[in-house]
Design a protein around this ligand. Structure first.
Ligand SMILES: [Zn+2]
Ligand SMILES: [Zn+2]
Length: 493
């Protein structure tokens, strides 16, 4: 095969997102016939304020896409699929079977939030559960009807079974520990007389999950010449620096007869932390008479989902004994007025949304209270603010001067993202790594992680995916990069 032929077929990739929000990779395949096929991997909502305007339009024509692939159902990976369909995408969206069942839960909740944000001037303040920005627009990005029509073209596929998406593109989904129903995705691009191009997209990746077994990678996959598109959220974080504090903090707080507030994300973290409490009960360390409450409508929906999918899970019974769901305003107010020792699991994880907006401002000034943030808290969230204020300091909380008397902790021990060692280990699986394209990380993290990969694995090429450049790969790895002037125009920072 001549060298010229090698470049006759290639795959151009560009990320619409700079960092870890609004995940979407636009892929364009050019076949030797000069035919082009476009597809995307994930289509997330930009949740950070600074990227708000990026949600309104796509820097490509959605009608030109042949298909979409979805790695998992976090909103920053699927939140713009209804919008994509509204704007003319009428191909199929492929994901796992479980993810296809989870998608309507997540998207309908987002539709509700988007609508309630639009009606933000109405007197009734609603409690919404995740960090969806308030859009400065008179119409929501999409509504429940749009979710329904988008879902008509979502197809849930089995793990490990290749399926054809176009005449010359085949896709396989592999189990991933990041969330229930998540996958990493192999795309095989083939054409008569050409070496196939293999691209593998990690999505958000974790090698393990408390609720299900993650299969080891099949041997045939390890042997393929892979162009790997990897996430890098914790690409510079070593597992060694994460000190677990959760168990000790819970037990101390209960020993001191406090109110313990645990903020959780509705999907995944709620179930994981509930299960940690259940284990403490089962081990006899946490007395079953201590009342445990859970608050968050969406979290309760996900709890039910986990319970209804028990057969596929290794943990069948994860909720603490005598867990009491908080079902509304009155019950919540009653809780605030009682001084009993108790545990309250509440959404949202970062504290700025959901019922945490009620609990945190109340309990932050109570000395007999501990607050644990069970995951990452972004800048400008209530969670971050309460952590940054010094203990005993008087500060302005939504206009009311408040003294921080509660003890505030945060832990990343429950993170569902691989750390640096896990990501490097994942890459070591591939005996024939042609290139590594780094994606889904802060800009500085992506570069530092790239250097680490070069030191540890020395693949043929390492590149950084961003909205600034197209990265072109072929069967033998990275061919070149060139400026994505057509993509970059609506990225505001
Ligand atoms: Zn995710
Ligand atoms: Zn993500």
């Amino acid at each position: 095969m001549s060298k010229k032929n090698k470049a006759d077929m290639y795959l151009d990739m560009v990320a619409l997102h700079k960092e870890v929000t609004g995940s979407c990779i636009l892929c364009t395949v050019r076949f030797p016939s000069r035919e082009k096929v476009k597809f995307i991997v994930d289509c997330g909502l930009f949740q950070e304020e600074k990227y708000q305007t990026s949600n309104y339009s796509f820097p490509f024509n959605p009608g030109e896409l042949s298909f979409a692939l979805v790695t998992h159902t976090h909103i920053d990976h699927i939140g713009r699929i209804p919008k994509l369909c509204k704007e003319g995408f009428n191909g199929k969206t492929y994901t796992t079977k479980v993810a296809s069942e989870l998608m309507p839960i997540a998207l309908n909740n987002t539709a509700e939030i988007l609508s309630s944000n639009i009606q933000k001037n109405s007197k009734k303040k609603s409690i919404v559960e995740s960090s969806i920005p308030v859009f400065d627009s008179s119409k929501p990005l999409f509504e429940k009807d749009d979710v329904e029509s988008a879902m008509e073209n979502v197809i849930g596929m089995e793990y490990n079974k290749p399926f054809r998406v176009t005449e010359n593109i085949e896709v396989t989904l592999f189990k991933n520990g990041h969330t229930l129903g998540s996958c990493y995705i192999l795309v095989k691009i083939f054409y008569h007389g050409q070496e196939p191009i293999y691209a593998l997209f990690t999505g958000d990746y974790s090698p393990e999950n408390k609720f299900f077994d993650v299969d080891s990678m099949p041997k045939y996959l390890k042997d393929l010449p892979i162009n790997l598109v990897t996430e890098s959220t914790y690409g510079t974080t070593s597992k060694k620096i994460i000190a677990p504090i959760f168990k000790e903090t819970v037990l101390n707080s209960i020993k001191n007869k406090e109110t313990l507030i645990l903020t959780v994300f509705a999907f995944g973290r709620m179930q994981e932390i509930a299960y940690e409490l259940r284990k403490l009960q089962d081990e006899g360390l946490l007395d079953k008479s201590v009342k445990i409450y859970s608050d968050g409508k969406l979290a309760h929906e996900y709890n039910d989902f986990y319970n209804s999918h028990k057969n596929g899970l290794i943990v069948k019974d994860f909720l603490p004994k005598n867990l009491i769901p908080v079902l509304g305003y009155e019950q919540r107010n009653e809780l605030l007025s009682n001084r009993d020792c108790k545990i309250i699991l509440t959404t949202s994880g970062m504290g700025s949304y959901g019922p945490a907006q009620v609990y945190l401002p109340y309990y932050i000034s109570k000395p007999k209270c501990s607050i644990v943030f069970g995951g990452y808290t972004a800048e400008n969230t209530l969670g971050r603010k309460l952590q940054d204020v010094e203990s005993g300091e008087i500060f302005n909380l939504n206009g009311i001067m408040t003294t921080k008397k509660a003890k505030v902790y945060s832990t990343t021990e429950f993170s569902s993202h691989a750390k640096q060692e896990d990501l490097i280990d994942f890459m070591r699986n591939f005996k024939n790594l042609k290139s590594v394209l780094i994606n889904h990380g802060d800009s500085l993290v992506k570069e530092a992680f790239a250097k680490k990969i070069i030191e540890e694995l020395n693949p043929k090429k390492v590149a950084i995916l961003s909205p600034e450049n197209y990265i072109r790969v072929g069967a033998y790895g990275v061919i070149k990069s060139y400026p994505a002037v057509d993509i970059n125009f609506n990225i505001t920072t």
